[in-house]
Each structure stands twice: as C-alpha cells, then as structure tokens.
Design a protein around this ligand. Structure first.
Ligand SMILES: CCCNC(=O)[C@H](O)[C@@H](O)C(=O)O
Length: 344
C-alpha cells in the first residue's frame, strides 16, 4: 500500500493560564505575555512535533517546502496560530535556494484562519444549536450527572471558598484546575490548600466536564452536532483524496486547535481515552491506496509531546480500516444537515 494523504490535528503547546481566580496570588501581569499565550516550552513542543512530522513523512512530503503539498488552518487564537508557525519551522526548515537570509534557518509558511465568530470547524462546543442545548439540559438530569454533582458538592464549596469564585459549580470548576495546572507547570509556589489530592480531584472534575459536554448521554446525537462536524469534513476530504486519480498535489492537511477539538473528534469516533489531551497532542489520519485500487485509513495518536505515537482503532473496523468501512461506520455520527438538526 502507498501513503497518499495525511490529516493531522493537534492541540497547541504549553501556555499561560486562560484566567486567574479572585484570590490567585498570580494575576495577568505575572505572565510574560499575559493570559492564554504560548510559552517558550510550548514553542519548543510544537517545533519538535514539526520535526517528528518531518521524520515520519520523509520520502512522502517533499524535502523542501512546496505550497501545493500542505494546507494549514488554525483557530484564531494567538496560541494556536503561533503553535502552527513553530510546528512549520520544524517541518520545513529552508535548504538551498529556499534560504532567503544566509544565517536564518526559517522561512515563512502561511497559516490560514477565520474570525472566532465564524469558526465552525475547529472550536467546540459549537454554540447556536438549540437541540444541543436541550441535550445538555437532559444530560444534567441524568442519574450520573446528579450523583456526580452530589458527591462533589462539598469539594466544590471548598474550592468556591478558597478561590473566591462564588458562582463556580461542577460545570465550571474545571477552569480552576487549568489555572493551577499552568502555575504548577511553571514552578510557581501555590497556596497550601492546593494539595496533590485537591489537584487530582479537580482533574477528575475537569475530565467529567469534557465527558458530559460531548458524551455520557446520547453520545452519538451529541457527536452529530459537535465533533461530527469536523469528522465529516475529514472523511469528505479522505474520500476526495482517495478517488482523485491525478497524482494530486495536496499531501497534508494540518489543523491547529484545542483540547476540546481533539476530545470532540475522538468522542465522535468513539475512541476517546477519557484524559485531557496533553499539550501538542496529535491525532493522525493516514490514507493509503492499495495495488488493487482500494483505499484504507490508519489512525494514530501521539498522546502528548516528546512521545511515540500509537495506533488508534475505529470501533467496528480493523486497524487498517478499508475506506468504505470507515465512511459507513462514522456516518451515523455526522449530521447531513446541521442547521435543521439543531432546530427543536
Ligand atoms: C474558555 C477557554 C477555552 N480554552 C482554550 O481555548 C484552551 O486553548 C484549551 O482549549 C486548551 O486546549 O488548552
């Protein structure tokens, strides 16, 4: 079999917190570039992912940059745009006549985006979908959600008290984990109420919030309205690339996004591992053409930065999944008419 097309979707690299809580000893001025910004750790993580892609696709992607070979799209956040740029610096260092300044081992490569309000492909959960909102309120009335809320009530009260976030609840307390995780990652000393047990508890609340947003109850219908939108685009692209008989020019689609993007997509594929994708995690779709003219899809997941990738198996299909089976199995998680399906 012969590799013909690759789609990669990754989470941006390490960043500063998105926000601080009221009693937080560290506020926006304590971060070099303020809130939500890619750190130099994150830049290096993405650069190394780009180098990983260069090695993996040696012989597939041209050694030097060819604009028709790759399309790059990012959400319109500094951290994802900069992640894509740092990644491309690792993937396409200029050589020979592509060097435009003698001692600069970098060349500009375009990263496309759309304004946040128009982003329909890479940012989840998608808003303006009444049916999804109804599914979310139904989820909040399930046994599982009610029990989880009850079991964590005292803990959430403690967090509310310690952080000064008087309105936080089991649905929003995840952002406290995010802030503390960033502060810990950057070796900032934290208040003594932040114990390893508190962090573990907050992490479980965060993973719960990912599950209930995209799965837990009526997973497939939620997927049709959320991650299935991206999955649909990816599958459509794979099918197009599989049938285009001309030696088509594009070889890679690179998508720079967020943890929720990877989660929504992987839940729509029914293979999410339940853990927040670490910084610079990357999901791979590889399309192969066989000698008999058929096509198949291999998926891999690089669960973090500076780690090996491992195969992902679409439930109901072989690891090396024939394209027609991949299309058939994913079809129920992809809406054919999102606007109509969102109506109540
Ligand atoms: C409201 C803040 C949402 N969080 C983000 O956008 C982050 O990029 C998050 O998705 C992540 O991957 O860290």
């Amino acid at each position: 079999k012969k590799l013909v097309f690759v789609t990669v979707l990754f989470r941006h690299g390490d960043r500063s917190p998105i926000r601080a809580y009221p009693t937080d000893p560290y506020q926006e001025k304590d971060w070099p570039q303020g809130f939500g910004q890619l750190s130099q750790i994150g830049m290096r993580q993405q650069y190394m992912l780009g180098r990983f892609l260069r090695d993996r696709y040696k012989g597939f992607l041209n050694e030097s940059y060819e604009r028709q070979e790759i399309s790059v799209r990012s959400t319109d956040y500094d951290r994802t745009l900069m992640s894509a740029l740092a990644n491309l610096a690792g993937l396409y260092p200029p050589a020979g006549q592509q060097v435009f300044l003698p001692d600069l081992k970098w060349q500009p490569i375009p990263v496309h985006t759309v304004p946040l309000k128009e982003e329909r492909l890479l940012s989840f959960p998608l808003g303006d979908c009444p049916r999804y909102k109804q599914l979310m309120s139904e989820t909040e009335h399930t046994e599982e959600f009610i029990n989880f809320t009850r079991e964590n009530k005292d803990f959430v009260d403690l967090i509310r008290n310690k952080t000064g976030l008087n309105h936080t609840d089991v649905k929003s307390v995840w952002s406290v984990h995010d802030t503390l995780f960033c502060e810990l990652s950057h070796n900032l000393s934290l208040p003594d109420w932040v114990t390893p047990d508190v962090m573990a508890r907050l992490k479980s609340l965060r993973d719960f919030s990912f599950e209930y947003q995209f799965g837990m109850y009526k997973r497939q219908e939620k997927s049709r309205l959320q991650g299935g939108v991206l999955l649909g685009e990816i599958v459509k692209n794979l099918s197009k690339m599989a049938t285009s008989d001309v030696e088509h020019r594009q070889k890679m689609m690179m998508l720079s996004a967020h943890d929720t993007t990877l989660i929504a997509l992987q839940i729509s594929l029914n293979l999410f591992n339940g853990n927040q994708p670490p910084y610079a995690s990357c999901h791979f779709f590889e399309l192969y053409r066989h000698d008999n003219g058929s096509a198949s899809v291999l998926m891999f997941y690089r669960n973090g930065s500076n780690t090996q990738l491992y195969p992902l198996q679409l439930p109901g299909c072989a690891l090396d999944c024939p394209l027609e089976d991949f299309v058939r199995i994913t079809e129920p998680s992809i809406s054919k008419d999102w606007d109509t399906e969102c109506q109540l």
